[in-house]
Design a protein. Sequence first.
Length: 242
Amino acid sequence: MTRKKWICAVVALALMAGGAGLLLRLQAAQRLGAPGLKVERTTAGAVVRVLLPERVAGFSSEELPPAPEEKANLPSDTTFGKRVYRAEDGFAALATVVLMGTDRTSIHKPQFCLTGQGWAIERTEPVWLGLAGGEAGAGPALPMMKLTTTKRVEAGGQVAVRRGIFVYWFVADGRLTAQHWERMWWLARELVTTGVLQRWAYVTFFADCAPGEEEATFERLKQLIGGVAPELHLAGGPGGRD
């Protein structure tokens, strides 16, 4: 090996060692931030569940436990909230919240879950929802990512096509985004500059429908989210109700 290659190798090893040391120091000194959503705690202060509202205008709901695979595949300090909301005309939507603890791997790119369940993502688009009667850009507005999906299901020996509308966003204490990269950037910056590990939550809403009913289904989801988000987000936070 030439002298130049030796120097490059030594520099590379030094950078790797320095980076590893920095990560260890950050991990040892980090403090877990506060959640940006309403939660239930034990008397000792531990978070046990996310408090999705039981009733919003036009909808009743039923609380659901996390699925066994969710608990098995995510870190043990992950906290959940899950409800199915139903309107009197039969419309139903599933709302799920995953709140991370000290292990940031509780939250990953949403697309992985959908494709793993057999849904093909046909379109991804950012959308904004005005809250509390306001319009986007004129008052509280919620950034969301809307995914339009398709799945073939078999019933009674016949194959039918179903469409799914999946909406999600991320929220932490004082932070709100629909972009995975932005969430990761804020998390890293806060950890390096303050030693605080932001406690991010991943909020999703999903409803399926027949082909041709996608826009109507999305309108119903917006109605539901417009009622849930102000009650779910902490007062004074992004989209929260004082």
